[in-house]
Structures are given as C-alpha cells and as structure tokens.
Design a protein around this ligand. Sequence first.
Ligand SMILES: [Cu+2]
Length: 493
Amino acid sequence: MCTMISRRNFVLAASGAALAAAVPRRVGAAGTKTNALKIPQLIKGSPAANKVYQLGIADGTSKFLPGLSTPTCGINGAYLGPTVRARAGDRVTMRVKNDLTEPTTLHWHGLHVPARHDGGPHQVINPDQIWDPSFEIRQNASLCWYHAHLNEQTGEQVLRGLAGLFLIDDDASDALHLPTDYGVDDIPLIIQDRRFNADGSFEYLSNVGDIELGYRGDVILVNGTVAPHLELQRQRTRLRLLNGSNARIYSLGRADDAELVVIGTDGGLLERPVRTRRVRLGPGERIELLLDMEPARTVKLMSYPASSGGMGMMGHGMGVDNETFQIIEFRAGRLEPAAVSIPDRLIQVPQWNPVQAARTRTFTLDMTTMSMGAMVGPAMDGSMGINGRSMDMDRIDERVPLGSIEIWKIANMTPLTHPFHIHDVQFRVLDRDGGPPQPYEQGLKDTVLVDPGSTVRVIAEFADFADPDHPYMYHCHILEHEDAGMMGQFVVV
Ligand SMILES: [Cu+2]
C-alpha cells in the first residue's frame, strides 16, 4: 500500500549547503553481474471495432536487489504496466480497474483525447472502481505512455510503478519498413532511477533535496531491470526510450562515442534521421533510435554529464545529473540482416508558422525557495508554481479558444532545468532563447526541457475537443515539482 504524503505539508526550508549535501549517492553499477532486460507484455485490445484494453492497477511485490523484496504497484503485474498498442483511427476503450486501497488516476501522456478522458487529477478512480474512457486515436505513429496523475500524489504513485507505454502505429510509419517486431527488433526502454531502504523498499522523500531538486536514485532500472543487458537478434534494432524517471535528466550517448541515429521524438517520427553523439532526455520525454549491430560487438548506452559531448550547454543547474553511468548493454546475438536501408526521409511533420498564432501566453516557472543566483528561504508556503500561483484544482488558469493556434512561451527563472509538459496537444518547439532547438527536438513534442534562466517558445493547435468544464493540465514533469504545485489548468472552449 502506498503511504500518503502531502507535498504541501513537507517543510521546505533548505539552505544551499543543505541542498548540496542532499544530492544522493552516486549512481553506481552494482557489481558486474547483468540481468536480461525484461520486456513489458504487449496488449493489442480485443479485435473489435471498439478495441477494449483491460488494465488492472494493484499492489505487488518486486525483486530488484538480491535477497530483498520491494513493495510496488503495477498494472496487470507487480511493477509498471503492459505496452498498449493501437493504430491511428482506432476506437479504443481503456477499462481501468483500481484494486489499490487508495485512489489513483491514469493519464494518457501524449495522447490527444477529450479532457474528461485524459486521466488527469480530476478523473479519480477510487478503490474497487472501474474507469473506462473511450476515444479515437487521432495522431501520428508514436511512443506515448500512461501514468498515475493524482493531485499531489503523482511522484509517489509513479515511483511505485504506475506507468506503462502506449504505442501508436499508422500507415505513413508502416510504409518506411522500420523495425516493428515488438520485443524482437522494436525494443521499449523505460528508464528510471530509484533509491532503496535497507529492507528493500523504495526510499522516497527522505531527503530535503527530493522535492526541491527532484527525486534522484542511485540504481538505474530499465523496464524494472537492474543492470540490464539485451542480446540483439537483428542487424538493425529500433529502440524506443521513455524517461520514466521522476526527475533525473539523462544525456544519452554510446560508450564507443559513435553517433546515435535518432528517428523519433515524443509525438512521432522526425522528418529525417538525425545523427548525434548526445541526446538529452528529460522526465516524460521519449526518443526513438535505430541501432545497427555488428557480429561479436557490444554497445553500451550511457548517460553522461549534461555539459559533455560538445552539447554547448551549461548542465541542468545546481550540480545535478553530472554523473557518468551505464544504462544498458546491447550484445550481438545471431544477427538477421536488416531488410532495407535507413530511409533518408521519414515523414512530413506538421508545423505551424508563428504568424498563424492568435496569441502568445507566457508561463514563468517559480520556485519560491530558490531564485537565480541566490538561495532564499525558507519559503512562505514551501510551494512551487507557474506565474506566481500554485496548482489549484478549483481554478482554471487559461481558456484557449477551440481551433486556435497559440505560442506558449515558457520562462524559467529558477536555477534548475524543468521539463514542461502540455496535455492535449503535440507542439513544435519554435526556439530556445531565440536559437533553434536541438535537431532531435524538431518533431512533434509534448514535453520540452527549459534550462535555468532560459525561455522556450512552443507552438500548437488546440483542435477538436471543446469542454468548458473539464480542464487539461500543463506542468513541470519533475513529479515532485508537479506535486508541490508547479502545475496549472486550461480549458479549450
Ligand atoms: Cu520543475
């Protein structure tokens, strides 16, 4: 059973020195023994005009560390959930049963669905209840995901395991003959970091930095596997990565320093493959890679300090995420040849011209205990917010006219990088401090990293679902920040 901790009751009174000391143990490979990567079960829904997916949320027990059991939560299993696979144009019903002893929600992160079906903080599923939203898949082939989104409890429920992948296929993607054989040459990788107590349970909010910096763990899990390896069966493998961590930002690269081949981001494929030595992936973001393997080789996917690899960035602020560690090791099995070469062009990514925008809204991220250049505090109410206000379930912050194209300008005056997520839409990143986004960010996205002192502009069309009564969320995807109030609500009207 998940313990209830109200973020708002957690006293935030840290000095800079206390926070520096609060950065947890360094991520270490726990010995040299590796484990075969677990692959989440794939569910395709009942083969009817309306595909029904059964998702049962329950408590469970997982084994991550030798000789220890960890109380966890999962969907159709002890930890994490199955991969939902659907197709653009499908009508789907998600039949979600809550067998926990506490309320939860399930949000379809990245999906364009009516707000009342979005699974945000207002769509509470009480214990023993079934919630069965039904919607049409109206978007590009992409790797989306689902996770708990209960107000002030998201961090802990996701930490315990309430997350899974949502794969969408479409004709344009199929025509490219990219690898799509799930678990064979199309490999999901949910990257998370966790800390453990001596009894094997997850350690959470034990540390003053857990809220202000966001939770960091010293053990990396991929699909719930500690120190994973995977033996590849094809010369070419598609890797679909989700940063499912509460707060950690990864700067991904190969140990041999060869380039990564990026073909997709949050909301679908890029226009053409991007070759780069580093990909920065914040909480909630996804990336799709193609990995070509040669016989008898090993490829190690690593995370590096943010400022390494010629990224020309300052890092994520406050000295966080500046470690080097392994995520997963790929080994060459008996490799079947790839059918086709990597296409030069992938898809036509929708884009909107800034002159089409009806208006620009500004969202300034606030941490009342921190400001640029100096630590101040203790905070008046220990809260975090956007535009000077903390999340209020009863307040609608923005009203967006149906069908309008808008620019949302996200300004970060805090000393930490924040991943900003908008529900309902897939946006394009226009610019970061007036300069272009990274090449691998130039596709449809729903989450974007905003660095300290930086301003990012995104553009989106708010189509299809007007509803004055049910809001969508926008928020920081550092789950501890979201739970502390760095979230707001908009309605499409
Ligand atoms: Cu944040």
